[in-house]
Design a binder for this molecule. Structure first.
Ligand code: ZN
Length: 401
């Protein structure tokens, strides 16, 4: 469903919605007992919500597509991730909590090694330490180009972020990273006439960078890619007519929430602290997104038992959520991260929707196999969840007479 269609139908109500996202929630069965992490976890509270509510498996982007956390979240937030794409540079900025302003241009940078002829020997400069990266970034901050403000920020090891801030900039330019060794870095090329100014600025930046880094083997040059502008998307308030707040400890998720206009709340790093933040701010918003990161980290590490214990820890906090008496609760993930695969995957993600107005199905526990049989369906689009939540919260008007 298109956002502008929903936008015309939303109406105000004094109801509250909570979207609990356990990152990388979905899994696949382990050999010993054939259970996934969510099925193996002891989750009496989530099971109760599944029993009273309606369940299913959702696809954040589409069939067979393995989502990154950015697109995965946008899908769950109700924004079609194929239409609302975030550039790589912008994602890098969000990942380190850089406060992008509208019209800023961001790109990912790699420190690399070039030989005396200027050909790339190593695209990652031997994966220099993050400390060395910080020293080199502080050198690059000395670069001054009239008419533009330049930010150079360490990400990790050989990776950094560059942001240009100024008038009439454009992110429509090509990468300088040829993606292979033995070649010279590419010259950036403008893809539109609006990007000519930005191309010239980047050329000047690269020229000065080359001089500054000349004696800093192995990190004696940089490669830039994923030039992109901060997107100017309709906000949650504009589309869904709802005052929203985000509770997430990690910068990347705070950043994605900020892109769609959510009010990002200060919170602690633990699940308990995140639920305290929810309690403390309960009266100030209609919609709360609460993010649990460590389910995904455990999955990426291939640590089945740790992922189980994070799910159980989250389950223990559910009574605190229920005490707040929300009108609608959604519990889901932004993609699957099966411990057995040690990576994100394309598998549909368990989802439950609980409200006082929903029509329950036969699902009585929260797990992959149970959700396949649920009323929301075995492979429904993630973007459907927010309209359903709004309807259950009596925030959508009748369509037509
Ligand atoms: Zn994720």
């Amino acid at each position: 469903m298109e956002l502008d269609f929903i936008q015309k139908l939303v109406k105000p109500a004094g109801t509250k919605i909570v979207l609990l996202v356990m990152d990388g929630l979905g899994g696949i069965p382990r050999e010993s007992d054939g259970l996934t992490e969510l099925e193996a976890a002891n989750t009496p509270n989530l099971d109760m919500l599944a029993k009273k509510g309606i369940c299913g498996l959702q696809q954040p982007v589409g069939p067979g597509i393995t989502p990154g956390s950015g697109p995965g979240h946008l899908g769950v937030f109700g924004y079609n991730p194929v239409k609302y794409q975030v550039g790589r540079g912008v994602l890098a900025a969000l990942g380190i909590g850089f406060d992008l302003q509208s019209d800023d241009i961001a790109a990912r940078g790699n420190f690399c090694t070039i030989d005396e002829n200027g050909n790339i020997m190593d695209r990652r400069a031997g994966r220099i330490s993050t400390e060395e990266n910080q020293e080199l970034c502080s050198l690059l901050r000395n670069i001054k180009i009239p008419g533009v403000e330049i930010f150079v920020e360490t990400v990790k090891e050989h990776r950094f972020l560059i942001v240009l801030r100024g008038e009439k900039l454009s992110g429509d330019l090509t990468d300088t990273d040829p993606q292979e060794v033995g070649r010279k870095p590419l010259q950036p090329k403008g893809l539109t006439t609006e990007s000519e100014k930005t191309v010239k600025l980047i050329e000047q930046f690269l020229e000065q960078t080359r001089n500054i880094l000349a004696d800093h083997h192995p990190a004696n040059m940089v490669l830039l890619r994923g030039f992109s502008e901060k997107p100017n998307w309709p906000t949650y308030e504009e589309v869904f007519g709802i005052k929203s707040a985000a509770i997430a400890a990690y910068p990347m998720y705070r950043g994605v929430a900020k892109l769609i206009g959510m009010n990002v709340l200060e919170t602690g790093a633990t699940i308990e602290e995140e639920f305290s933040t929810l309690e403390d701010n309960w009266n100030d918003s209609d919609f709360f997104y609460l993010h649990v990161k460590k389910t995904d980290s455990a999955g990426e590490d291939g640590d089945f038992d740790r992922k189980v214990s994070i799910i159980e820890k989250t389950d223990k906090e559910i009574p605190r959520l229920l005490d707040l008496n929300p009108d609608v609760i959604i519990v889901t993930g932004d993609h699957s991260t099966p411990s057995l695969m040690k990576a994100h995957s394309w598998h549909p993600v368990p989802a439950l929707l609980y409200s006082k107005n929903c029509r329950p199905d036969k699902v009585d526990s929260f797990g992959e196999r149970a959700c396949i049989t649920g009323g929301l369906g075995p492979r429904f689009p993630a973007v459907d969840m927010i309209p359903l939540a709004l309807a259950n919260a009596k925030r959508i008007e009748k369509f037509g007479a």
